[in-house]
Design a protein around this ligand. Structure first.
Ligand code: SAH
Length: 213
């Protein structure tokens, strides 16, 4: 598990690329600049780790494109100490970014293989989520609610109601909504039943799946 000067240099170039694409939040850029993304990928993809692209991580899943991770993280407006729920732990890269931003992260993954792999791997790198959960993200995590923010990292065919109801007042849900292509959508909870909704353009994610395999 090496992180060399070469990796650091490539990472800085990646930061410059996503900055040029419009990411401005310094804390988010610092997180991308400090997390060794190559260690979250299979060795056969190491050369690709610092390109701004999504890549396979096994179990038919992908590690999201760095720009997308940065974009969603920026929309969340994480403050240190925030309680954040992530749906779709996957490789753990987005989770590491949230930890680096100072969040207390709860993250749910429905693929057992990925859940096990990432549960072992993340602490080894020094990123300690509050809790990694094997389960169905459509239900959220009622026992730990309410959350300051919730991030969904798979394409949701619709907005799961439990996620909206598990937000604090003032809390933010960032979720890509749609089937083949998703609209990046932000919900801000203004009151018990009031939500403000904003849309931020199209992205492509692997689907948020309903049934366990
Ligand atoms: N945040 C991840 C992105 C992984 S891709 C990363 O940084 O690498 C999306 C992930 O969502 C996949 O791992 C997939 O298994 C998971 N997923 C799909 N449907 C889910 C559901 N209903 N509940 C929880 N996780 C789900």
């Amino acid at each position: 598990m090496k992180d060399t000067f070469k990796h650091k240099g490539l990472r800085q170039q990646l930061v410059n690329v996503i900055k040029a694409k419009g990411i401005a939040d310094k804390n988010v850029l610092d997180a991308i600049g400090s997390i060794p993304r190559h260690l979250f990928m299979d060795s056969s993809f190491l050369d690709h780790a610092y390109q701004d692209k999504a890549f396979p991580i096994g179990a038919d899943q992908t590690i999201s494109q760095p720009y997308t991770v940065a974009f969603q993280s920026e929309l969340l407006q994480v403050k240190p100490g925030d309680k954040v729920l992530e749906i779709g732990t996957g490789s753990g890269y987005q989770c590491a970014v949230l930890c680096k931003l100072g969040a207390k992260v709860y993250s749910i993954e429905r693929q057992q293989e990925l859940f096990k792999k990432t549960s072992k791997f993340l602490p080894k790198l020094g990123y300690r989520a509050k809790k990694l959960i094997f389960g169905d993200g459509y239900k959220g995590l009622p026992e730990e609610a309410p959350f300051d923010s919730i991030i969904v990292t798979a394409g949701a065919p619709f907005v799961p109601k439990p996620l909206l109801s598990q937000l604090k007042i003032g809390g933010r849900l960032v979720i890509p909504v749609g089937d083949d292509v998703q609209m990046m959508t932000l919900f801000v909870r203004k009151g018990p039943k009031e939500f403000e909704q904003h849309e931020y353009g199209e992205f492509r994610f692997v689907p948020l799946l309903e049934d366990k395999n």
